[in-house]
Design a protein around this ligand. Structure first.
Ligand SMILES: Cc1ncc(COP(=O)(O)O)c(C=O)c1O
Ligand SMILES: [Zn+2]
Length: 395
């Protein structure tokens, strides 16, 4: 239990994402056991902050500190994450007739992916609560990010990762001093392994949405998109969804900014992109109750999209429905072709997950769900360099 002094943060509590039961911000919470759903952080809606004050602040995600849940600034564990650039993909856009095509590029984050945002936040909170050992199941990027932030914070770290993940994801964990455990299977099998290892609750489990703080780090992408586009949101955001923290987080940020008066509607349509090898969201959209039957997940070259049973499924479905978006799945061949095409036309080697968003745009346009003159923002969630081992097989 934390003893709270008055904090600069506007955070006031946690609530169950389903029934809205309140949970305390002062104790170490994981998920809402009332409904077996994720917990979300709530902020005091009475407080206000002038968005013009942001201009002179540090160029990383902690510029939004009032709307983040770390209560004492001394606990912030930062490697300079966030404030990643938004590029205009003029050449690619012109080649296909899109007049306003943008890409927010998360490559320049520490450890090369947007996972840095969530793990900077989760490790800062772990430090605030005096946690000594964190554990995480990962498709790759989150494990490396947790290992880096734990190294920085002097917290022990165990990463559980599928054996088939490209070598560099494993090497980085070891370089950062984490214990690495490999499991034959997908991220859900890694989570199962953690269940066995952690029966006595020795470790703090940082699994996606099984603690409430990673979401708060990821939501800073939403704040940045608004600020960097001068508070005029795009018409469409195309996001590669695995566990869904980014999708849910960006939407949460938009709602918070509406309350703060920083933006006005309408909000963008949100599209969640999956791999055809593992597309639980598409299955759930077809049959919300029985989607787990007849579903056989397989690995993907876009490792981060191979999340068969996301804990935040209901929250993702809510975002798609509220924003008038939907989900699309992309084949492995298209994903690899997308990586190559963006490298050759725009000079960015992006992650396969990011490349899937570009191919999804072509499908959505063909199916008349996105117009060529709309402002479209693709999210490239990470660097393609970490995947070259596996991409090699496809050249
Ligand atoms: C590069 C990349 N993109 C997207 C994802 C999916 O992220 P989320 O869990 O926020 O849906 C991951 C997750 O591992 C990833 O590493
Ligand atoms: Zn509940």
């Amino acid at each position: 239990m934390l003893t709270l002094t008055k904090s600069y943060s506007f955070a006031v509590g946690l609530k169950c994402s389903c029934c809205h039961k309140e949970y305390s911000l002062n104790s170490l919470n994981t998920f809402a056991d009332c409904c077996n759903r994720p917990l979300v952080v709530e902020y005091d809606e009475e407080y206000s902050l002038d968005k013009n004050k942001l201009a002179t602040r540090q160029q990383n995600m902690w510029r939004y500190a009032e709307m983040l849940p770390v209560l004492n600034k001394e606990n912030i564990v930062s490697l300079g994450e966030g404030m990643t650039p938004i590029f205009e993909l003029n050449k690619l856009g012109a080649a296909y007739g899109f007049s306003d095509l943008l890409m927010k590029d998360e490559t320049s984050n520490p450890t090369g992916s947007f996972k840095a945002r969530g793990l900077s936040m989760a490790v800062s909170k772990a430090k605030e609560f005096g946690i000594e050992h964190c554990i995480i199941p990962t498709a790759g990027n989150a494990g490396g990010a947790l290992a880096a932030y734990c190294a920085r914070a002097d917290i022990k770290c165990t990463v559980v990762m599928p054996t088939h993940t490209p070598k560099i994801f494993k090497q980085e964990c070891e370089l950062y001093g984490a214990e690495l455990i490999l499991v034959d299977g997908l991220i859900n099998d890694c989570a199962k392994k953690i269940g066995e290892l952690n029966s006595s609750h020795k470790y703090f489990d940082i699994s996606t949405l099984k603690e409430p703080y990673r979401l708060e780090g990821k939501k800073t992408m939403g704040y940045e998109i608004a600020e960097q586009l001068d508070w005029q949101l795009p018409d469409v955001i195309i996001y590669p969804a695995g566990g869904g923290t980014g999708l849910i987080g960006i939407w949460k940020a938009f709602k918070e900014m509406l309350t703060l008066g920083w933006i006005t509607g309408p909000l963008p349509r949100m599209y969640a992109i999956q791999s055809q090898n593992c597309s639980p969201i598409l299955h759930a959209l077809k049959d919300a109750v029985n989607w787990k039957n007849n579903f056989t997940p397989e690995p993907s070259i876009a490792n981060g999209l191979a999340v068969p049973y996301p804990f935040g499924m209901n929250m993702m479905l809510d975002v798609l429905q509220e924003s008038n978006g939907t989900a699309v799945s992309i084949s492995e061949e298209e994903i690899v072709a997308g990586v190559k095409e963006i490298a050759k036309t725009e000079g960015h080697i992006i992650s396969p997950e990011g490349a899937a968003t570009w191919k999804a745009l072509l499908h959505l346009h063909k199916n008349k769900m996105i117009r060529a003159d709309e402002k479209v923002l693709l999210l490239n969630t990470g660097s393609g360099y970490k995947y070259l081992d596996n991409l090699d097989l496809h050249f």
